[in-house]
Ligand binder design. Structure first.
Ligand code: IPM
Ligand code: MG
Length: 369
């Protein structure tokens, strides 16, 4: 049976990095006699230009009908008008919400060879291996009202941070289950000293901790966590948090790995695909980087590692995913670097060459296999 992969390259460097990730996926598929059927569609600014909407209904339908979705990045200065009603980013939000992808996994691992690329000191970041589970379909991103209006005192605006018990429960549970498969530590991040939604979050997390006595559990305030991530990042294993805290903390955490160009993500829900695994949306955590788009300078590793997560989480192919990760590590170990990771002694390569190197390592591993 062929599995259906929807490919949404998006804007900026999206097409370049996803192009390389796709070729890596094709290499692995050939190696493991896996049948994948690809469908490409527009999303974000590219879709706004072509169809006047960031995500066409047909594309949303195709996404719901896929086994997994591989996405590049959306957005760019061309569509940045703050007064515009339609924005590229809405494509992402619509996919997340409509597919019920409430758990966003963002693993952060400091590769030995890249420690020098981080602005942080080596003794702080060596050995970092954590995963942030970010709630992705609720919170202030989706609460209503969210609007601008004119009130008695002039212009005003409001956003709403809403969470229901069910929304908190399912994602915190996801965090506990993931911690069980790892080093059995879970930190739940909130702002319970100020926000009612955080006090509910904390209450539910503490109740659930009683059912996971084997997991070392702690509550951490989000401002403290921002500090701990820089001061003692090795102490964390799984971190679970609400939508916007997770957005902010994962950009911060990406610096622990050296570059945003290295970090993949998976967004999962409860919907099961034809392979018997969750339908997932896989994308690098970096943006569309319009300043370097089309110049063969982008780092495709985050997109390639997102394809590895796709194989693992949506197709149950852990070994094949690990092969991709090993190939990426080998290329990095050999000293190849895209400009975002530049070091004086590095062998500088572009996006295409980096992708080709990863495929070559996969092929030589197969030949040795
Ligand atoms: C992310 C991004 C998105 C978000 C934007 C592009 C909507 O920053 O995936 O972290 O805020 O969720
Ligand atoms: Mg973000």
């Amino acid at each position: 049976m062929a599995y259906k992969i929807l490919v949404l390259k998006g804007d900026g460097i999206g097409p370049e990095v996803v192009g390389e990730a796709l070729q890596v996926l094709k290499t692995v598929a050939r190696q493991s006699a896996l049948e994948l059927e690809y469908k490409e569609a527009l999303a974000g600014g590219a879709s706004l230009d072509a169809h006047g909407t960031p995500l066409h209904d047909d594309v949303l339908k195709a996404a719901m009908d896929s086994d997994a979705i591989l996405l590049g990045a959306v957005g760019g200065p061309k569509w940045d008008n703050p007064a515009a009603e339609k924005r590229p980013e809405q494509a992402l939000l619509a996919l997340r919400k409509n597919l019920g992808l409430y758990a966003n996994l963002r693993p952060v691992k400091a590769l030995k060879e890249l420690i020098a690329a981080s602005p942080l000191r080596p003794e702080i970041i060596s050995g970092v291996d954590l995963v942030v589970v970010r709630e992705l379909t609720s919170g202030i991103y989706f609460g209503t009202p969210s609007e601008r209006r004119v009130g008695g005192a002039g212009r005003e605006a409001v956003d709403t941070l809403y969470y229901s018990e069910a929304e908190i429960t399912r994602v915190v549970k996801f965090g506990f289950e993931l911690a069980r498969q790892r080093r059995k530590r879970l930190a739940s991040v909130d702002k319970a000293n100020i926000l009612a939604s955080s006090r509910l979050w904390r209450e539910i997390a503490v109740e659930m901790a009683a059912q996971y006595k084997d997991v070392a559990f702690e509550n951490v305030l989000v401002d403290s966590m921002a500090m701990h991530l820089i001061r003692r990042p090795r102490d964390f294993d799984v971190i679970v948090t609400e939508n916007m805290f997770g957005d902010i903390l994962t950009d911060e955490a990406s610096m622990l790995a050296g570059s945003m160009g290295l970090l993949p993500s998976a967004s999962l829900g409860d919907e099961i695909n034809g392979a018997g695994y969750p339908i997932g949306l896989y994308e690098p955590i970096h943006g569309s980087a319009p300043d370097i788009a089309g110049q063969d300078k982008a780092n495709p590793l985050a997109a390639i590692l997102s394809a590895a997560m796709l194989l693992e989480h949506s197709l149950g192919m852990r070994a094949e995913a690990d092969n991709i990760r090993a190939a990426v590590e080998a290329v990095v170990r050999e000293g190849y670097r895209t400009p975002d990771l530049a070091a004086p002694s590095a062998k500088m390569v572009g996006c295409k060459a980096m992708g080709r190197l990863v495929r070559e390592r996969l092929e030589s591993a197969e030949a040795e296999g």
